[in-house]
Design a protein. Sequence first.
Length: 534
Amino acid sequence: MPNTISHQILQRSHLQSDHIALRHKGLHLSYSELNRRVQRYATGLRKLNLSPGEHIALHANKTIDSVCALLASLLCELTVVPFNPLLKPTQIQHILDDSGATVLLTNHAGLKHIEPRLVHCTTLKSIILSDHIEQTRPLLTNQKIFSWDTLSPSSIISDLPQSAIATTNDHQTAAMILYTSGSTGAPKGVVLSHSNLSVGATVVKDYLQLSNKDHILALLPLSFDYGLNQILSGLLAGAEVVLMDYLLPNDVLVTLERETITVLAGVPSLWNPLAKLDWPQAVRQQLRIITNSGGTLSARTLAGLETQLGASKIVLMYGLTEAFRASYLPPSEFSNRRGSIGRAIPQTELFVVNADGEACKPGEIGELVQTGDLVSLGYWNRPEATAAVFKPLPLWAQTKHNRNQTAVWSGDQVRQDEDGYLYFIGREDAMIKSSGYRISPDEIESLACAYHAIDLACALGIDDPALGQSIILYIQTMADNELSKELEKELKRCLPNYMQPKRIIRLPQFPMTSNAKIDRSQLHNLFLQQHQEH
């Protein structure tokens, strides 16, 4: 059987049985208790007579039960399909139908949320509730309803026997399908192997030097590869993982201090407001590192974080769901490599390739291509999309590096310096083509975010018969119209004419994807609805 990340984590129960593994809202579970609960849930799943590789959907907030259910499903060699509970019922139905999930793990609140769509989910046969079954009316579903208490009473728990622990990795066995946020069309499922999960957790654990002395605050969704890995790598290291759904910046600071957090991962939409606050001295002292991925941080936000913590505690990372993580910038290089997304992480090779398929010279912009043990198995049920992104390396790279396995062609434009450090330019599909120029939205957005009153910025290309595309700049701010005029003057001072926004539009709140990234597609549609000439 595959050597699952669950097997590796549960071995921790034999090394530090009384050490706390998970903490959530006043409840906690030791590593030995984690072992027993995961084994209990695995016993319940086996009663459903599911076949290895069968798809099981996980619809839940981050709780102790949802983490245990995820580990139990992997232990049973099921393919887990986690998705964000904030998604709309129609989005959830799409994921259930597209993945072909036969079992749904949720709770009463989640069931109530998606119940109207379940009658249309033809492959779904069973629903497992994490809380007790207390229905006052018949459910409008065709599925059988269970609870963990009925499937696996707490009296049937047992430790994982050493003889049951596998010793080999399976690079081709599907462990999970992570659906992209769907900011550009319907979300696609990225298929991860057991090896992908295991290697990803091990690599991150090692380069962040996670240990059983760490307290890790898990703020990001389980359905987000970054949030999922934070929990898996933390448990693999024997750390204490504190589960929390992000509410307000001040709530995060309170939790950091109360739980003596040493490691915190975030995305720009978290760091932007946090960087403006005055952090308690205790938080500054006890935090060992913070990490960013999921988008580029503005110079202003980085400066604010550096003021709070110093450069020695900031780790910048870059990656794609299709291959999890590509690069990281160690804190030791933070001050010397401003704007860099770092170098390749262990067990990964990165190449910068130009439009002719040749290796880019230092300073030349090209597409980032990744190979190695973190490359996923492709998109679920989308052979054409898989073939477009998962392709062989160019022949020169295969020959030079003796590699011919599949690579991920990211679509991200980067440049590389003489020392091999990478600098993100922009996504190829987000580049704006105006007046014959290719313009990176990131360059405009970074300048806009230098203004203190602006939280987020998003530059879009809108079809324009004269220019090809005109530039529309959205800014998230509560400030008045005077700010837009001041920003317009600043952009005219710093940018050439062809990069000037045609309009600057203020919004009090940006639409965000379920992974806390700016939803560019929604902003584009919003502009077309409100401003397109008829």
